[in-house]
Ligand binder design. Structure first.
Ligand SMILES: Nc1ncnc2c1ncn2[C@@H]1O[C@H](COP(=O)(O)OP(=O)(O)OP(=O)(O)O)[C@@H](O)[C@H]1O
Ligand SMILES: [Mg+2]
Length: 337
């Protein structure tokens, strides 16, 4: 439930002179004095900080390192976009299924094992689309927000990765069969990737307008960064593919000297590094556990302010026109070599 004050705070405001949308009604039709989560998008549409996108965009969240907040960033971007009335679809590409867990309905604790298993095995995803056992409409799932849908991860993603190897134009399946059709219905498609380089990742890169790579402000990330940049650059050149590459510093601890120095190094040396970072925070951790964005969970926290500023920065890249240059078509901002 969001009182007017809390609803404004989600979008970073204390007050407004705008005429606000009417409060929600309860299931029985009673007028409430607050907004329910599924009505909050009418507020975001009116007074939010994200403007509609000029054309549909596909964003991949990928880097070859685990636990760097890929899925948390996906969840934050997806929920906040949807709360601004932007039609958003998340496609889960990680067998761990973290983003599907965050977006899906929590399993009722009282449900029986039989019921739970039958629900889980009835879930269809990309693997069933690939084999022709489901259509794209069959695998799209709704969430608690009316503008947010997702394609769930299923264990068969492992088999899909293998099947893609034997297919002609194997790098293009996701773009042609999933992302392009989704872009006809959604303004924003977000691909939440695993940290492992596999065929689903190469498919995601080819389908993307923007690649977002979270980088921890930790020393062990440095070596990984060099390998990852080389891998992505080589792939993009081989495939003559075109996407903008943004790096987002994560797990930033402003009180630690090393963390500050690493973040400064990213800012100085990585072309495409966002000015805003995601700080290491309890609100970040707890909001993920509660399956909501940081601004919904703790709207007035520093972490929420920074997440709004980060999204505003990412939005500028999503709004930029795509530059199409002659024969060198990929557009990688990989900074100093
Ligand atoms: N701002 C934050 N500060 C600290 N912890 C956070 C923050 N945001 C999320 N977390 C926690 O960090 C853990 C890892 O985050 P997340 O799952 O987003 O990483 P990931 O890069 O997707 O990992 P994987 O490579 O396994 O897919 C999660 O348990 C999450 O709750
Ligand atoms: Mg993840």
């Amino acid at each position: 439930m969001f009182t007017l004050k809390k609803a404004l705070a989600v979008f970073g405001l204390e007050s407004t002179t705008e005429q606000m949308p009417a409060f929600s009604r309860s299931a029985e039709g009673r007028q409430l004095k607050s907004y329910l989560p599924h009505d909050l998008h009418s507020v975001g549409h009116k007074i939010g900080f994200l403007k509609p996108l000029a054309r549909p965009q596909c964003v991949s969240v990928f880097v070859t390192k685990g636990g760097v907040l890929k899925s948390s960033l996906t969840l934050n971007i997806a929920r906040l976009a949807a709360l601004h009335g932007i039609r958003t679809c998340v496609v889960g590409l990680d067998m761990q299924g973290d983003v599907s867990n965050a977006l899906g309905e929590a399993m009722d604790e009282d449900v029986s094992l039989d019921e739970a298993l039958s629900r889980a095995s009835a879930t269809k995803g990309l693997a069933q689309l690939f084999t022709g056992d489901a259509t794209l409409d069959d695998i799209l799932k709704p969430t608690d927000l009316p503008n947010l849908f997702y394609v769930p991860e299923t264990p068969e993603l492992v088999a899909l990765d293998q099947s893609l190897i034997n297919r002609n134009r194997r790098e293009y399946w996701l773009r042609d069969q999933v992302v392009m059709p989704l872009k006809r219905e959604f303004d924003l498609v977000i691909l939440d990737c695993s940290p492992n380089w596999n065929r689903l990742i190469t498919n995601a890169l080819v389908a993307s307008d923007v690649l977002l790579s979270p980088l921890e402000c930790k020393i062990n990330n440095f070596r990984n960064l060099t390998t990852c940049r080389a891998l992505i650059q080589e792939f993009a050149e081989d495939m003559q593919t075109q996407f903008k590459h943004l790096f987002v510093p994560t797990r930033f601890t402003p009180t630690r000297k090393l963390s500050r120095e690493i973040r400064d190094w990213y800012l100085t040396n990585l072309d495409g590094c966002t000015h805003e970072a995601v700080r290491e925070s309890i609100q970040g951790e707890e909001s993920m556990a509660m399956r909501v964005s940081i601004p919904e969970f703790a709207p007035t926290s520093v972490a929420a302010n920074e997440m709004r500023a980060l999204l505003t920065e990412i939005w500028k890249t999503l709004q930029e026109p795509v530059v199409r240059s002659g024969h060198r078509t990929h557009e990688l901002h990989l900074g100093a070599n």
